[in-house]
Design a protein around this ligand. Structure first.
Ligand code: DC
Length: 233
């Protein structure tokens, strides 16, 4: 079957990456977690004193970008790709609350977005990719053959994030997680450049009451029903 681009956008912690990862594995596609890229840039800025007391100079962030190299590498133990920052596995660090609290402001920086989007387009240029984020269907791959906009109830999202972090050995309070999710949703949907919004041609998936299998069935059905133009050779 013709390889396509699948864009999955939506609010924080509504299960985008879980679904995207499983879908990519099922279809034999690659998976790109674009949020991890913005998180890795944020981590770099924290570790290099560019973010101080929750504030930063945009110019300093722009300069730092020349020293940041990002790539995903397959982890045979977890059967997933881990985020590497300058050759170091940062998969755990980028999920910590201090990074979560600064990632939305950093992802608003024009030069950060420009670089990340260029990298994402490169990663997905050959199709056969499932990419999740906030602006994949509306900006990175506006021509994606399938666009999903995911959402879920706030309490359910909070609990899922708490469980996910606990499973990774990261201690958090439910209140802190909820506050972070609400603030990020607001900031991500109200920023000037490429805010989170539903693409007009995206299909909404509210997974509040759906199991992982039901979500997978829902999307696979959409993939099967796609009417693709004849491929030119
Ligand atoms: O998917 P996530 O929660 O790990 O994303 C972290 C942050 O990165 C999110 O709050 C906003 C930013 N982001 C973005 O601006 N554009 C994307 N395509 C993906 C994430």
């Amino acid at each position: 079957m013709q390889r396509i681009t699948i864009a999955i956008d939506g609010f924080s912690s509504c299960g985008k990456s879980t679904l995207a990862k499983a879908l990519a594995a099922k279809l034999g596609y690659s998976y790109v977690d674009t949020g991890a890229m913005y998180r890795a840039v944020t981590l770099y800025c924290m570790e290099h004193g560019i973010i101080k007391d929750g504030a930063f100079e945009e110019l300093e962030v722009n300069k730092a970008l020349d020293h940041i190299q990002l790539d995903f590498r397959y982890n045979s133990q977890t059967h997933a790709s881990d985020m590497y920052l300058n050759g170091r596995n940062v998969e755990k660090e980028i999920r910590q609350m201090d990074v979560s609290n600064m990632v939305s402001p950093i992802s608003k920086v024009h030069e950060v977005r420009k670089r990340m989007v260029a990298l994402q387009r490169l990663m997905g240029k050959d199709k056969g990719v499932v990419m999740d984020g906030r602006d994949i269907g509306t900006n990175v791959f506006t021509d994606a053959e399938l666009k999903i906009f995911m959402t879920a109830d706030n309490d359910i999202r909070t609990q899922r994030r708490v469980d996910e972090l606990k499973a990774k050995g990261i201690k958090v309070s439910v209140d802190d997680v909820r506050k972070n999710l609400m603030e990020r949703d607001y900031e991500d949907s109200h920023r000037k450049e490429n805010p989170l919004t539903q693409a007009p041609d995206a299909i909404v998936l509210d997974n509040s009451d759906l199991t992982r299998e039901e979500q997978m069935d829902f999307v696979l059905k959409l993939v099967m029903e796609l009417k693709l133009p004849e491929q030119s050779v």
